[in-house]
Design a protein around this ligand. Structure first.
Ligand code: ATP
Ligand code: MG
Length: 439
C-alpha cells in the first residue's frame, strides 16, 4: 500500500479524552474514531490489526476442532425469558422493539441462541461432543464505556460453546479450550495468565479469566511471580489424550493466580516478593456451567441408557477488539506502538526520504515491487512531506521494520534498516535489508 493513497489520519496532539496509552495511540495512529460513547469505527489501519487478531483466534479454535458458524446480532426476547436471564441481565442489555411490537435485543452474548440451535437438531449422545464458535459483534450498554475499545459498548468477541453428555467429557472440552487459549495468546505475542475467576451473570462452577498484566487494567489481580517466566505455548500437548491434557492443565495451574473476587489473603500459598499484586486486562474468559441453560431451555439428549438428560455446557469468550488495545498497552514506547510481528498491520514501512528525486523514487519503487512479489506486507511512504514527519508517523504506527532510502545512502549503495522494537538502526545494502525482512 502507498501511503499517498492510504487513509491514515494521524494526529500530532494527544487527544484530551484519552486517559490511557492504548487509547491515545489508537486515536493518534488513525486506527479508530469514536462515533458515539463506546462505539467506534475501525479505520483501515486499525481494521487490519483487528482482522489479524481475529484470524489467529480463528485458527486456534479450528485447531481444536471447534466449528465456526455465525449467529445473528439481534435476538428475540423470548429465548432469554426461557433461560431466566431477561430480567437478570439488567440495563446492560440493549432492548429493542420491532414494528410488530415484538421484544428483541442486541445480543450481549449467545448462550441462549446456541442452546436453541442445539436443541432443535441434536437428539442423542451419539451426536456429541459438539464444539461451536462464532466471531460476532456484541452490544452491552456499559454504564461507563471508557479506555477506547477496551471497554466499548459495541465490541467484537469470539464466543465458543461446548456440549457434552457428562461432566468428564465437558471437562475435556474445557481443557481443550484452555489449551487453545494458551496457544492463541502466545501467538499474539502476549502473556495472558489464567486466573481463578468469578462466574458472574453467566453462571457455573468452574471458570478462568485470561489476564494480561498492566497497570492500566481494570481488574485487581494477584499471582505468583513464577508466571512471568512460564511457558504457555502448549507445544507438543496432545489434545485427544484426555489424561495427558488434564495433567498439563493442572501443571500450568499449579502456581497461584487469582482475580480480586477470588483472592483470599489469609489463604494465599505465596507471600512477600513472590506475590505480585497488580492490575490486569481480561482478554478471555472460560466457563463450565453444566445444565444452567440446557435445563430451563430443555436442551436434552438421549443417553446410552435411553434416558433423557440435559446436556452439559461451557462457554468461552475472547475479547477480539479489546485485544487490539491490550496488545498496545503491553507493547509501546514514548514514540508510539510497537506491534508484535504476528499482528502488525504491515511488516515493513518503506520510507522515501526525498520523494520527487528520480534516483530515490526509482530505488523505492524497486524495493516496493520486490517486497510485494515476496508477499511481504509493506506500507510505502511516498508522500511529498518532510522526512521528520515520515519518521514520526512510522514510529507512531509501529511496524516491525523500517527501510529508509535517501539520496546520500543510495550513492554509496546502502539503505538504513531500523528495527522498531529494539530501536537498532543499521546501514546495509539493499539486498541485505530485503533478506533481513524475509524477502
Ligand atoms: P468485564 O469483566 O471486563 O466486564 P465480562 O466478564 O463481562 O468482562 P465476558 O462475558 O467474560 O466479559 O466476555 C468475554 C470477553 O469479552 C471478556 O473476557 C473481554 O475480553 C471481552 N469484553 C467484555 N466486555 C467488553 C467490553 N465492554 N468491551 C470490550 N471487550 C469486552
Ligand atoms: Mg468475564
Amino acid at each position: 500500500m502507498r501511503l499517498s493513497q492510504f487513509f491514515l489520519p494521524t494526529l500530532k496532539e494527544t487527544p484530551a479524552e484519552a486517559q490511557i496509552a492504548s487509547h491515545r495511540l489508537m486515536l493518534r495512529a488513525g486506527m479508530v474514531r469514536q462515533l458515539s460513547a463506546g462505539i467506534y469505527s475501525w479505520l483501515p489501519l486499525g481494521y487490519r490489526v483487528l482482522k489479524k487478531i481475529e484470524q489467529i483466534v480463528r485458527e486456534e479454535q479450528d485447531a481444536i476442532g471447534c466449528n465456526e458458524l455465525l449467529m445473528p446480532t439481534i435476538q428475540p426476547a423470548e429465548l432469554w425469558q426461557e433461560s431466566g436471564r431477561y430480567e437478570d441481565y439488567g440495563q446492560e442489555m440493549l432492548r429493542i422493539t420491532d414494528r410488530h411490537d415484538r421484544k428483541m435485543l442486541f445480543g450481549p452474548t449467545n448462550e441462549e441462541v446456541i442452546t436453541d440451535i442445539f436443541r432443535k437438531d441434536v437428539r442423542s449422545y451419539k451426536q456429541l461432543p459438539q464444539l461451536m464458535y462464532h466471531i460476532q459483534w456484541k452490544f452491552r450498554d456499559e454504564i461507563r464505556p471508557r479506555f477506547g475499545v477496551m471497554r466499548g459498548r459495541e465490541f467484537l468477541m469470539k464466543d465458543a460453546y461446548s456440549f457434552d453428555i457428562d461432566y468428564e467429557s465437558s471437562r475435556h472440552a474445557y481443557n481443550k479450550m484452555f489449551l487453545a487459549y494458551c496457544r492463541t495468546f502466545t501467538r499474539l505475542g502476549v502473556k495472558a495468565i489464567p486466573m481463578v475467576a468469578d462466574t458472574g451473570p453467566i453462571g457455573g462452577d468452574l471458570s478462568h479469566e485470561f489476564i494480561i498484566l498492566a497497570e492500566t487494567g481494570e481488574s485487581e489481580v494477584f499471582c505468583d511471580q513464577k508466571w512471568l517466566n512460564k511457558d504457555l505455548s502448549g507445544q507438543g500437548v496432545d489434545l485427544n489424550d484426555r489424561t495427558g491434557l488434564e495433567n498439563w492443565v493442572q501443571t500450568v495451574l499449579e502456581d497461584y493466580a487469582a482475580t480480586e473476587e477470588k483472592h483470599d489473603p489469609a489463604n494465599t500459598p505465596v507471600a512477600g516478593d513472590d506475590l505480585i499484586a497488580t492490575r490486569g486486562i481480561e482478554v478471555g474468559h472460560i466457563f463450565h456451567f453444566g445444565a444452567k441453560y440446557s435445563e430451563p431451555m430443555n436442551a436434552t439428549v438421549l443417553g446410552p441408557d435411553g434416558k433423557e438428560v440435559p446436556v452439559m455446557m461451557g462457554s468461552y469468550g475472547i475479547g477480539v477488539s479489546r485485544l487490539v488495545g491490550a496488545l498496545i498497552e503491553a507493547s509501546h514506547d514514548e514514540n508510539g506502538i510497537i506491534w508484535p510481528e504476528a499482528v502488525a498491520p504491515y511488516k515493513v514501512g518503506l520510507i522515501n526520504l526525498r520523494t520527487g528525486d528520480d534516483a530515490c523514487d526509482a530505488a523505492c519503487e524497486d524495493v516496493y515491487g520486490k517486497l510485494q512479489n515476496a508477499k511481504i506486507d509493506v506500507l510505502y511512504d511516498d508522500r511529498d512531506i518532510r522526512a521528520g514527519g515520515k519518521f514520526a508517523d512510522m514510529d507512531l504506527i509501529g511496524l516491525p521494520w523500517q527501510i529508509v532510502i535517501g539520496p546520500k545512502g543510495l550513492k554509496a549503495g546502502i539503505v538504513e534498516l531500523k528495527n522498531r522494537k529494539s530501536g537498532e538502526r543499521t546501514e546495509v545494502t539493499l539486498e541485505a535489508a530485503l533478506k533481513q525482512v524475509g524477502a
